[in-house]
Design a protein around this ligand. Structure first.
Ligand code: FUL
Length: 627
């Protein structure tokens, strides 16, 4: 009995002691700005489709003026299920459709305007493409979102408070009648010339204040609390600052909230976010599988290839951004064959490249570990919500993976646990060649990680990989690291569009020969800057011509893209006969090759003048072709 009593007190002591020594390991403190749960869920979607389909599709336009006849809208084989099945086969998680583009035409039978699908031959005016697409999404379990252009080139009252009531009512219709909406897309192209109920004039608005964005946000939040709002500035997610589909390698999910607004002038900043931002606004990369957003027959042979799409994936999803990839719907109402084939094969290519995670289940050695649930095992356990973290005061730290045998490796995926904020500022990746640690070779910086970072590097053969966190805003919290051998792949950057420009030979008047050569050297990185807003070209003799090709500065360094132009021809050095004038729609955001066709004419001189530029600065010309 006495012995039993001793044993009992001994056990009590052990229990008490272990209770004292067992220190509770607390999770790291979050470091703001922080994402909402909706923003975290949104990041996990990674890729989804964009659909541009409207009157523009049937009229070879990118920006309808607002006066295109609704009777021209007549898709013969429209099938939203074909679209949705294609997106599913491509691993996409949702789709956003242009319910209304800048021309004001509505794809649903709205009660608010006659400029809508009710007045088209499609299903004898009984169609509702927003309804058909949302039903197909429900059937195939795809998320559904809407693009509702604030700018409306059709509406007579655009620019006055009356238009705003109309716009809010449109938004309410869309957010009430079509089930769950995951994203509301508000583009930043605003004001300018248009039909405006017959006024045919230019209307400028104050992009920052006119629409009363806080009110728009409130409508969305009330009717669709889980929807993420896209714009240049968020608040849900932000534009990446270009329409070419990539984020910079350094990409913060932060913005200085009060500075950025829709139509923000310093778009370049959006490509990396603001490292010192105070608001969480994750980045979304928007890009079309063809040069234009809407379908154009003439672009049938310019569908992005599997390699090009793969490259974009690494530079969007792999750079801490979501990818919204546009699939123009053709006049039949379908996704064209090449587009859907390339899309699906692109997805299969990514799946193949990232199929076999060489680090799966390997518990890495780490130079510091917080303990408790926040241990190195969490880096490879395939569970999003478990993560490795260091002690609060430890920022520099290494993570070393020992592989069972030597492997070829050329890809790595890293993820931060973003519910606690985006933290890592600089990291390095090395491999061991048997004797020493060497950095892997790649052509981008290893700075931020964020929700997801994918690295492509020169193949190494190794059985040891090391990630070093060199700098971080607070103790790092990583929940996933993977490595792969993708094979020796050819996902390359885009070809230079300038290479394919065919042209008659010409001389550029009034500029040094060297400068003149810049616009005919088939190299888009040499750009001619012109102060007086026009250039005159001399073909040497009078010849028949019918087309003019203009490539703006695609690097985005010089902003002087011509957005309204005049082309004059003649047989004197100051030609006066106007053969074409008009608008290069959307050139600021999407600086692609512009082609102008005009009635054939014989002339020796051609004068290209900018009536206006997309931004201040000298007129910028990367290339001109005459045919
Ligand atoms: C831009 C628009 O101006 C383009 O036409 C296109 O819709 C693109 C996705 O957004 O702001």
């Amino acid at each position: 009995m006495k012995n039993m009593k001793h044993l009992f007190s001994f056990l009590t002591l052990v229990l008490l002691l272990s209770g004292c020594t067992q220190k509770e390991i607390k999770a790291p403190e979050p470091i703001g700005p922080l994402p909402t749960p909706q923003q975290v869920a949104w990041n996990k979607l990674e890729t989804y489709a964009f659909v541009h389909f409207s009157l523009n599709t049937f009229n070879d336009l990118e920006w309808g003026y607002g006066d295109t006849d609704p009777k021209t809208f007549n898709p013969t084989h429209l099938d939203c299920e074909q679209w949705v099945k294609t997106f599913k086969a491509a691993g996409m998680k949702g789709v956003v459709i242009t319910a209304k583009h800048h021309d004001g035409f509505c794809l649903w039978p709205t009660k608010l305007t006659e400029y809508c699908i009710r007045n088209t031959p499609y299903k004898d005016g009984k169609g509702d493409i927003i309804g058909e697409l949302s039903a197909a999404c429900k059937k195939y379990d795809l998320k559904f979102g809407v693009y509702l252009s604030p700018w409306d080139r059709n509406y007579a009252e655009y620019g006055t408070p009356a238009y705003l009531d109309y716009y809010y009512a449109q938004l309410k219709e869309l957010l009430t009648n079509y089930g769950d909406i995951f994203e509301v897309w508000l583009d930043g192209a605003n004001g300018g010339d248009g039909y405006y109920g017959g006024a045919r004039e230019k209307r400028s608005i104050d992009g920052k204040n006119y629409y009363n964005f806080p009110k728009i946000h409130q409508i969305v939040h009330e009717l669709q609390p889980n929807a993420v709002i896209f714009s240049d500035a968020g608040p849900g997610c932000r534009w990446i600052g270009n329409e070419r589909g990539f984020a910079n390698a350094t990409n913060w999910s932060f913005l200085r909230g009060n500075e950025v607004y829709p139509g923000y002038q310093k778009a370049d900043e959006l490509t990396s976010g603001h490292a010192d931002g105070d608001t969480w606004v994750g980045a979304e990369c928007d890009v079309s599988i063809r040069p234009g957003w809407f379908f154009h027959e003439s672009q049938n042979d310019q569908v992005k290839t599997v390699d090009q799409l793969t490259d974009l994936y690494y530079r969007s999803v792999g750079h801490n951004a979501n990818l919204i990839l546009n699939m123009p719907i053709n006049k039949e109402g379908l996704i064209s064959k090449t587009d859907s084939t390339n899309l699906v094969q692109f997805h299969q290519n990514i799946e193949k490249q990232l199929a076999d995670n060489l680090l799966k289940g390997i518990v890495p050695d780490v130079s510091n570990e917080r303990g408790g649930a926040y241990v190195s095992k969490a880096l490879t356990d395939d569970n999003y919500d478990t993560y490795w973290a260091t002690d609060d005061n430890v920022i520099n730290s290494t993570i070393t993976f020992k592989l069972p045998k030597k492997e070829q490796v050329n890809r790595m995926m890293l993820q931060e646990y973003i519910p606690l904020g985006q933290r890592v500022k600089v990291f390095t990746v090395e491999y061991n060649d048997g004797n020493k640690w060497l950095p892997v070779q790649m052509n981008e910086e290893t700075t931020t990680i964020g929700y997801k970072r994918l690295l492509r590097f020169k193949t190494v053969i190794t059985d040891r990989l090391r990630v070093t966190i060199n700098d971080s805003r607070a103790c790092p919290c990583l929940n996933n690291i993977e490595a792969f051998y993708a094979g020796e792949t050819t996902d390359v950057s885009f070809d230079d569009q300038a290479k394919d420009i065919q042209s008659l030979n010409y001389k550029v008047l009034n500029v040094e020969e060297m400068d003149g050569d810049k616009i005919k050297d088939k190299n888009s990185s040499t750009v001619l800057l012109v102060d007086n807003g026009s250039v005159t070209l001399d073909l040497g003799k009078s010849v028949a011509i019918n087309s003019f090709l203009y490539l703006p500065d695609i690097s985005g360094q010089n902003k002087g893209s011509v957005d309204h132009y005049t082309i004059q021809v003649g047989d004197s050095e100051t030609p006066t006969q106007i053969v074409a004038e008009g608008e290069f729609a959307n050139i600021k955001s999407n600086p692609i090759l512009q082609i102008v066709h005009f009635t054939p004419v014989k002339a020796r001189y051609i004068k290209f003048s900018a009536k206006s530029l997309a931004s201040e600065g000298p007129m910028a010309i990367a290339e001109i072709g005459i045919k």
